[in-house]
Write a protein that binds this ligand. Structure first.
Ligand SMILES: O=C(O)CCC(=O)C(=O)O
Ligand SMILES: [Fe+2]
Length: 305
């Protein structure tokens, strides 16, 4: 039974996907307890109170334009471009025909992983060769935003240089382009973009306020859990617990439309991926380059930090 007390989300697990317990509300109960724990952690932290922190709390995401002062931004962008170019010289970027969530492909500079045709390239942040990127990861404002949302800062080891290279969606679809939420409790993902991200570059897409566990949302979650248990019983493949959407779900939940978030260079996006989101549509070959950080705490961790 112990998986129930972990952050595990897959209904393939016999306890998490237990049909009777889920009829009785197990999944929703896990969400509520996890939400309570997020609140307990937050109360132990000094929370940011600026407009960005308030927007993040209210909407589940925030875009902060002009995040760094001009000269610091220029220097950081140069460092990131050089790192991405060096990785590409070593490991050229090629299309991928294998479907779905691909395996990690390690390289001396980090690793590649595909979502369908979309390449996710993660470059390790080496303290000696990437001093400006390293300094960015210690940015106090980032830590403040993350603590305000989930009662924990993003640890250094959870930062990467992250290049996304979009594939051809018609040829090999990328699952991350379907609206979803990552798991059943609040997490933070952040991207600091050093180049503009246009509507054609696969901008991050978020449904404002969808991180809030309203009664309607909990009812939807309960129904999804029931369906996931049924799928497990019938042996049909599920989504591993990252529930996907059907058309019309947003209106039923009283939520507005999903909002693409194209940004100028030097913009930060922070989002709670308990809210509904996806990777935006893109022209095949379009790239995004960012410093990426994420924190997915143990769902029931009571200790803020
Ligand atoms: O790459 C993106 O814009 C978002 C992808 C996504 O769904 C995620 O990272 O959880
Ligand atoms: Fe996601």
């Amino acid at each position: 039974m112990w998986p129930i007390l972990t952050s595990a989300k897959s209904f393939d697990d016999r306890w998490i996907g237990h049909p009777t317990w889920n009829e009785r509300g197990l999944h929703v109960r896990r969400m509520q307890v996890a939400r309570w724990c997020t609140g307990v952690r937050r109360r132990q932290c000094r929370l940011a109170t600026d407009a960005a922190a308030r927007a993040l709390a209210e909407n589940g995401y925030v875009v902060v334009p002009d995040f760094l002062p001009g000269p610091a931004f220029d220097a950081l962008r140069t460092e990131l471009h050089a790192a991405a170019a060096a990785a590409e010289r070593h490991t050229p970027i090629r299309p991928n025909d294998l479907p779905g969530f691909g395996p990690k492909r390690p390289a001396p500079w980090g690793f590649d992983r595909f979502d369908g045709g979309t390449l996710n390239r993660f470059l390790r942040i080496d303290r000696d060769s990437l001093p400006r990127t390293t300094a960015f990861c210690g940015n106090a404002r980032l830590a403040g935003l993350s603590r305000t949302a989930v009662g924990m800062a993003v640890p250094r080891r959870k930062f990467w240089i992250y290049q996304t290279v979009n594939g051809d969606q018609a040829r090999n679809p990328d699952d991350q382009k379907v609206l979803h939420r990552d798991t059943f409790f609040s997490n933070i993902k952040l991207w600091y973009f050093v180049d503009p991200v246009t509507d054609e570059d696969g901008p991050f897409v978020y449904v404002p306020k969808s991180h809030i566990l309203t009664d309607a949302r909990l009812a939807w979650e309960h129904e999804q859990a029931r369906l996931a248990c049924q799928a497990r019983r019938d042996g049909t493949p599920g989504t591993g617990g990252a529930f996907r959407f059907l058309d019309g779900d947003l209106a039923t939940l009283g939520l507005g439309p999903a909002r693409p978030l194209p940004v100028a260079a030097n913009s930060l996006i922070v989002a709670d991926t308990l809210g509904f989101h996806r990777r935006g549509d893109a022209r095949a070959g379009a790239r995004r380059l960012a410093i990426f950080g994420s924190i997915r705490p143990w769902a029931f961790d009571p200790l803020g930090r």
